[in-house]
Design a protein around this ligand. Structure first.
Ligand SMILES: [Zn+2]
Length: 133
């Protein structure tokens, strides 16, 4: 089954390690957060993702970006980039950003060292200077 790596809120699902989840745009029983307010809001407004909304970034997005969870910190930056270049080009950029620049293995937000080749990785913590929660 295909995984969809773009989300409603702007999180890049390709850097997530939640087992079984196929992304929030493929709603089924395995999705991590069926009650997500961003999904509901975007669907009510008939938009493909939050960054494409006229009200972006809204208060909820700003709160989410600053709630202390390490991967939520990527949301605003991603959203502004999506506004600029669109979702398909953003997905290409993100795939590259979350791949080890030595061996090409994909990695997740909190990883600091590549499990395949031992290279130092560009984690969220490094990029944003945030502590994990
Ligand atoms: Zn590597």
């Amino acid at each position: 089954m295909k995984i969809q790596f773009d989300s409603y809120c702007g999180i890049y699902c390709g850097a997530c390690s939640t087992p079984g989840c196929k992304g929030c745009k493929i709603i089924d029983d395995t999705h991590w957060s069926p009650n997500c307010k961003f999904i509901k809001c975007a669907q009510d407004k008939g938009i493909e993702a939050c960054p494409l909304c006229d009200e972006y970034p809204c208060e909820d997005i700003m709160k989410f970006d600053n709630d202390g969870y390490i991967h939520h910190k990527t949301v605003l930056q991603h959203g502004l980039r999506i506004k600029e270049i669109g979702i398909p080009a953003w997905l290409v950029e993100q795939k590259k950003r979350w791949s080890c620049n030595q061996c090409g293995r994909g990695y997740t937000w909190s990883e600091e060292t590549c499990q395949s080749c031992g290279s130092k990785l560009f984690s969220v913590k490094k990029e944003f200077g945030v502590k994990s929660k």
